[in-house]
Write a protein that binds this ligand. Structure first.
Ligand code: HEM
Length: 451
């Protein structure tokens, strides 16, 4: 029988578009490191001890005590100085939910500043800013209409429809793993499974699916986006991506209604109000949203189970714990560290005066370690009764629209690992992502055995 991957009939892509896409830019990480190597002394400076926008604390995994200290002093703190300008840090679980429940006061709109800590480049003309409008960075009512366009792709019925293919691809990937040797779990499992899933969701040309990972890495890195010297490379990458998706758009518009996400967006009534920039922005949102996040939890599960052998034993002995283990691993991993809001009017928040225009950073990584909600929060506990209260998917009107798909992919991965009695030991190099937005692993060298 043909495998799920082999049986996907590739969508034809004109040769000209393919040639353009494969002449692609360097990886986001390579570009940033090459820039710092060529320009010594230009790495951002973070003098404030509580400025958690610094990426080294994440690359070196020493962020937990800093947030713990902040939470002990209160749920909200003003950071007067950072390479991204001054900002409020919201570090408590309850305080983040409270802030997200007031979207009129705490805006997500890109017109105020969007959803990451990045400063708006006020001195740069709009057309040069490379800010793509996407509904995660819109307020009501526009947000509501555009979210409705993609939400039907993530209903429980759609998840049921996708589960068989996800299970088959996951099983094939695990069956092909090398035995008796060390290999990189990120490149061998996490990236192929998440990129393949997105390719299915978009009906993206199968043989070009690596581009989704490449574009996602470029689009989701806040530090890279703040290095103006790399603007030209970034612009080139965005142009390359835009050309590719425009080509797919034209093809889907001709093809008529189909279940893939691009066709759904084109043929939905809300699309009539979406200009090409918004269309592109929302595609980038789905690529980054579905890629960097789930991918890193797939690595995070393996890393966390290796780090907490008692929990790995529980997992190996009790397959019925898997649904809760998925929630706990998402809490523990928290693939997106922050979202940003901008205050639209002078207001008070947990005893502090926030002024109109102030930048408010919601640190989900800290909320998911909040001791007032999660006992022994720094420990992985797959039997944790309230693991579901994690806030890794956000809260309120912007809560992750793809959460069910992420949960499905992660549950299937754990179930298929369990079925095959796969134990994954971390045996080699571990490199974490150096970023203040995405949390995850660039490399995770492992060896698999049977339990
Ligand atoms: C929004 C996390 C997987 C698509 C969000 C938000 C977070 C998040 C924190 C913002 C919530 C807020 O502002 O309150 C995650 C995590 C994932 C994941 C941790 C995996 C473990 C996915 C997947 C997709 C996706 C698989 C789609 C393929 C989106 C979209 C939004 C979003 C479109 C915008 C929703 C809106 O503004 O209404 N996600 N995500 N995400 N996510 Fe995810």
């Amino acid at each position: 029988m043909a495998s799920a991957a082999q049986s996907r009939a590739p969508t034809p892509v004109p040769e000209a578009a393919r040639a353009r896409s494969w002449a692609r830019s360097p990886s986001a990480h390579e570009a940033l490191e090459a820039h710092y190597a060529a320009n010594p002394g230009t790495r951002p400076n973070h003098p404030h001890p509580w400025d958690t926008s610094r990426s080294d604390i994440y690359a070196e995994n020493r962020w937990e005590p800093i947030f713990k200290e902040m939470r002990a002093e209160g749920p909200l703190h003003y950071i007067p100085e950072s390479p991204y300008g001054p900002y409020w840090s919201v570090v408590g679980h309850k305080a983040i939910q409270h802030t997200e429940a007031l979207p009129e006061i705490f805006s997500s709109s890109w017109e105020y500043g969007g959803i990451t800590i990045l400063e708006r480049l006020a001195d740069v003309p709009l057309e040069e800013r490379m800010e793509l409008p996407m509904f995660i960075a819109m307020d009501r009512p526009k947000h509501t209409g555009q979210r409705k366009t993609v939400a039907p792709a993530f209903t429980p019925a759609e998840m049921k429809r996708l589960e068989g293919e996800i299970r088959q691809r996951t099983g094939e990937c695990l069956d092909a793993l090398p035995r008796g040797e060390t290999f990189d779990w990120v490149n061998t499992v996490s990236i192929p499974l998440t990129t393949g899933m997105l390719a299915i969701l978009f009906d993206f040309p199968w043989e070009d699916r690596d581009l989704l990972t490449h574009w996602s890495d470029w689009s989701g890195d806040t530090e890279l986006a703040s290095v103006r010297a790399l603007d030209d490379v970034r612009r080139g990458m965005l142009r390359e991506m835009a050309a590719y998706f425009q080509m797919l758009w034209a093809e889907r518009a001709q093809r008529g209604e189909a279940p893939d996400l691009i066709s759904r967006m084109i043929h939905s009534p809300a699309m009539n109000q979406m200009d090409p920039q918004e269309f592109m922005g929302n595609l980038v949102l789905l690529i980054v949203g579905g890629n960097d996040t789930t991918r890193n939890t797939m690595s995070g599960i393996v890393h966390a189970l290796d780090r907490f052998p008692d929990q790995r034993k529980l997992f190996e002995e009790n397959a019925e714990l898997i649904p809760n283990a998925v929630q706990e691993c998402i809490r523990y991993q928290t693939p997106l560290k922050h979202m940003r809001r901008t205050c639209t009017q002078d207001t008070e928040l947990f005893g502090q005066n926030i002024a109109e225009g102030d930048k408010v950073i919601l640190w989900y990584n800290s909320a998911n370690r909040d001791e007032s909600v999660f006992e022994n929060a720094e420990k992985l506990d797959i039997t944790r009764e309230n693991a579901r209260r994690h806030i890794a998917f956000g809260y309120g009107i912007h809560r992750c629209v793809g959460a069910r798909l992420a949960e499905l992919q992660l549950r299937v991965l754990m179930e298929e690992m369990h079925k095959r009695r796969l134990r994954v030991d971390v045996t080699g190099d571990v490199q974490r992502v150096r970023a203040n937005f995405v949390e995850g692993f660039r490399k995770l060298e492992v060896e698999v055995t049977r339990f």
